[in-house]
Design a protein around this ligand. Structure first.
Ligand code: PHB
Ligand code: FE
Length: 320
C-alpha cells in the first residue's frame, strides 16, 4: 500500500456504501451524508470483531447508542441513529442496506488494519494490551481465531476439538478451581462415534476469549452456545428472537431495554443456576464483575424474525 493511502497516524480509511471510517490515536470516526460520530477505538474494535466473527449475529448489533448493524441474513443494514429517539424524532437517522459479504469483508479489513500489536479485542481487559496510539504492527493471531462451531458436539469425531494444555488452551487464571477430570464413556461396540460426553466446565475454563458465544452442541436449529464473560459485553444486542440464558457460574448483571428506543425495561442479576428468557423485542447488555460462565441457547430457525416482526409469535415465551 502506498504511503499516501495512510493517514497521519499510519491507518487506512475505509468506505462502505456512503459511510467513511477512519481512526486516530484514540477514536474511531464514522461519517455519513448528514452526520458523524466517534467512539473510543478500543470499544469500537471490541464491537467490530464480534460483528465480523458472528456474521452480524441475530438481529441488531449496536456498537453504542448510535452506530450498528441489523442482520437480514444475506443483506445487512448499517445504521447511525436508527434506534436512538434523539435521531429518529428529528428524522436524522441514516441507514443503508448492503450486501452482507461485502460489508463483512470491509469490516474485516478495517479490523485487521486498526488492531495494533498486543491488542486482543476478544480478551478480558487484563489479558490485552492497548488499542491506542499510532499504527504499530498487527495482531492477526488474535483476530483470525476460528470461531468454534460444532456440527454435533465438541470433541466428537470430525468435529471441533476439546481443549487442553497442549493445543493452546490453558486453564484461565480466573478458573483455576475448576476440576479438570473427564467422564468415562463406555459405548457399545459400533457406537463409539455416537456416544460422547465431556467436562463442560473444564472446557469452558479453557476459553481464551470473552463475550463470544460459540456453538458447542447442535441439534437441528437448537444451538448450545456457551461463553465466558468478564467486564462488559462490548455490544448492545437487539434480539430478533427469544434467547434463553443459563448462568453456569458467578454473576452477570443484565440491563434490558426496549429494542427500538432503548428505554429501560428491566435489570436482571443472574446467579449460578438462574435461567432467563430474554424476549424478542428487547436490547440487552451484560456486565460480569468476575469471569463467569454463561450458556446461551439460540434457536437458529430462519423463519423466526419474520414471525416476531409480524406479531405471529409473542415476544416473551413464558407468562408468569
Ligand atoms: C447476547 O447478546 O445475547 C449475548 C452476546 C454475547 C454473549 C452473551 C450474550 O457473550
Ligand atoms: Fe442477545
Amino acid at each position: 500500500m502506498a504511503q499516501a493511502d495512510l493517514n497521519d497516524y499510519g491507518y487506512r480509511t475505509f468506505k462502505l456504501g456512503n459511510f467513511t471510517f477512519w481512526r486516530d490515536e484514540y477514536f474511531a470516526h464514522i461519517e455519513w451524508p448528514g452526520g458523524s460520530h466517534l467512539a473510543p477505538v478500543d470499544k469500537f474494535l471490541k464491537a467490530l470483531i464480534r460483528d465480523v466473527a458472528w456474521n452480524f449475529f441475530y438481529g441488531v448489533v449496536n456498537f453504542d447508542e448510535v452506530f450498528g448493524t441489523t442482520n437480514h441474513y444475506g443483506t445487512v443494514d448499517v445504521f447511525a441513529g436508527l434506534y436512538n429517539p434523539g435521531y429518529t424524532a428529528r428524522g436524522r437517522q441514516y441507514v443503508e442496506n448492503l450486501n452482507g459479504d461485502t460489508a463483512r469483508a470491509i469490516f474485516g479489513d478495517m479490523l485487521d488494519d486498526w488492531t495494533v500489536e498486543g491488542f486482543d479485542p476478544f480478551a478480558a481487559p487484563e489479558e490485552t494490551g492497548s488499542a491506542f496510539g499510532p499504527k504499530r504492527g498487527n495482531n492477526r493471531r488474535a483476530i483470525k481465531r476460528v470461531r468454534v462451531v460444532a456440527k454435533r458436539m465438541a470433541g466428537m469425531k470430525d468435529d471441533t476439538p476439546l481443549r487442553n494444555d497442549h493445543n493452546g488452551y490453558p486453564v484461565n487464571r480466573q478458573f483455576r478451581d475448576v476440576p479438570q477430570d473427564e467422564p468415562e464413556v463406555h459405548a457399545e461396540p459400533g457406537f463409539e462415534d455416537e456416544v460422547h460426553a465431556f467436562n463442560f466446565f473444564g472446557y469452558l475454563s479453557r476459553s481464551d476469549v470473552t463475550w463470544n458465544p460459540s456453538v458447542c452442541a447442535a441439534v437441528k436449529d437448537s444451538l448450545l452456545c456457551p461463553t465466558t464473560e468478564e467486564f462488559a459485553l462490548p455490544v448492545i444486542h437487539g434480539n430478533d428472537r427469544v434467547e434463553w440464558f443459563i448462568q453456569l457460574s458467578d454473576e452477570i448483571h443484565w440491563e434490558v431495554a426496549d429494542r427500538e428506543t432503548g428505554v429501560p425495561r428491566a435489570r436482571a442479576v443472574m446467579k449460578p443456576g438462574d435461567v432467563s428468557a430474554m424476549p424478542a423485542d428487547i436490547r440487552h447488555q451484560g456486565f460480569s464483575p468476575k469471569r463467569s460462565m454463561l450458556l446461551v441457547w439460540e434457536n437458529a430457525d430462519p423463519t423466526l424474525p419474520d414471525l416476531y416482526a409480524k406479531k405471529k409469535l409473542k415476544p416473551n415465551p413464558v407468562d408468569f
